[in-house]
Design a protein around this ligand. Structure first.
Ligand SMILES: [Zn+2]
Length: 408
């Protein structure tokens, strides 16, 4: 099949006017100018998308589809601990069927907004085998052992067992110890051990909120008090910043390569001493920024430029609808553009295509339109304006056409 569009944005060189992509099975076979390609691959079915820009499918690097049904249910709270209390109260009302419906709605919405790959954390890995993802999915089992730190090994084993029964979506698997305040050091280490031996990725929430900083650094604040009240062992508090503590327990001390690369969500609260530590990392991990969730919580400014200049690979995620309005990565790109006006729109688009592909270890398969890469494509209207990338970031609607693994 040959798919022709007014412009093909490959993220692998300049956009191609009157471009085309040749698809064979689930892969891209060829990409170039339409007249040349239609000659070289004559006899193929031609799908002409017309006045459209054809892009690599977008990749959401951090999301929780479990909570799609919580859209607009939790108004912004003064305290992060209060938000956790509020989401826990909402979760207590939901059944397994509610979660399955929520996940299905989330997939449909993400797809409508042009997302072809999603890194989805689920707090209910046992539900994974019942879900048939319509897009390429990396399932991350979100693990919390704060209430039962003696069952850490069982928790991980059960999650792995459920994930291995996931239906094939062309994606992969991962483990997500939730955060330093809900997952024990033991749980982080166990996840790292397992990930090292298998093709399993790792992600976690880190240094998200000011209250997390005051909890770990000063042993005080609303999050500290909340977790102490539920019986958490607080002996890890009052010493280090969250990042320094993570670096210690994840075996990632300065100058030593991380055992497995982590995908770190948030990283909003960094002290100067953390930057001194970050400079020394020889192998840079991946950072997911969720601009609209960040705005909802009014976190400290995300240190985009400093992290980027240190070589960290920064991607975008929507986070969940318990702290965001929808699952559009286009809206996420615009939110980033507002806070980082110096960034060019093509650099912003890289964050939801090639950067996110790199975080998922798919830099040779996803995030670009290139021969032998997966045929994951989306198309949006394009007027032919000279500011093509600006027009792409400004796109505000449902995508007109998309393909995942060569299937529309
Ligand atoms: Zn999250």
């Amino acid at each position: 099949m040959i798919v022709r569009a007014r412009t093909v944005v490959t993220m692998d060189g300049p956009p191609i006017e009157n471009g085309a992509v040749v698809i064979s099975g689930d892969r891209v076979l060829d990409v170039g100018e339409f007249p040349e390609l239609s000659g070289r691959h004559s006899g193929q079915e031609i799908v002409d998308l017309g006045e459209q820009a054809l892009l690599p499918g977008l990749i959401n690097a951090h999301c929780h589809l479990d909570y799609t049904c919580l859209r607009r249910k939790i108004p912004p709270k003064k305290s992060f601990a209060d938000w956790i209390r509020a989401i826990n109260a909402e979760k207590a009302k939901l059944s397994q069927q509610d979660y399955l419906a929520s996940i299905a709605d989330g997939f449909a919405e993400a797809k409508r907004f042009g997302t072809t790959t999603i890194a989805n954390l689920t707090a209910f890995p046992e539900l994974i085998p019942q879900v048939n993802p319509p897009i390429r999915t990396w399932w991350f089992a979100e693990l919390i052992d704060v209430r039962d730190p003696n069952r850490t090994g069982d928790l991980v084993a059960l999650a792995i067992d459920a994930m291995k029964r996931a239906r094939d979506s062309g994606g992969g698997l991962g483990l997500a110890p939730h955060a330093l305040f809900t997952a024990s050091a033991n749980l982080y280490r166990r996840c790292e051990e397992i990930a090292q031996g298998e093709n399993i990725l790792l992600t976690t929430h880190l240094a998200e909120a000011r209250e997390e900083m005051s909890m770990f650094h000063d042993a005080s604040g609303p999050l500290y008090e909340f977790l102490k009240s539920i019986g958490r062992n607080m002996s890890d508090c009052g010493h280090e910043t969250p990042f320094a503590w993570f670096a210690k327990i994840a075996g990632a001390r300065a100058g030593r390569a991380l055992p497995t690369e982590w995908i770190i969500a948030h990283l909003n609260e960094l002290a100067e001493s953390d930057f001194e530590l970050l400079v020394k990392f020889t192998r840079k991990f991946h950072v997911v920024h969720s601009p609209r969730s960040h705005d909802y919580f009014v976190h400290s400014p995300f240190q985009f430029e400093r992290l980027r200049s240190l070589g960290f690979n920064i991607c975008l995620g929507t986070d969940s609808l318990a702290s965001n309005a929808d699952l559009s990565l286009f809206a996420e790109m615009r939110a980033l553009q507002r806070s980082e006006p110096a960034l060019s729109p093509d650099q912003i688009l890289e964050m939801v295509t090639m950067n996110a592909a790199l975080a998922l270890h798919q830099e040779n398969a996803l995030g670009r339109i290139r021969p032998a890469f997966q045929a994951d494509l989306v198309s949006i209207p394009c007027s032919g304006s000279p500011n093509l990338f600006e027009e792409i970031v400004a796109f505000d609607g449902s995508v007109d056409w998309m393909m995942v693994a060569g299937k529309t």
